[in-house]
Design a protein. Sequence first.
Length: 73
Amino acid sequence: MKTKLPPLINDDDARMHCLVPGVGKAFAAAMLKERASRRFKNVEDAKIRLKKRKDLKNVNHCVKQFRYSCDHE
């Protein structure tokens, strides 16, 4: 199976998210927890929702590296 990078923020698992530079296990877990309540609409939505977590670093940089549902080919 071919891995497509960057990963989809709303569809891929934590293992795939951790392939993104700057995203570790804690950041990936926070993204999965947040998207469980509601899918991310876009980069801005992800920034706003993840910045509420004071323990996450480099949110702006990290969320820009993902593909969103609207980016599907």
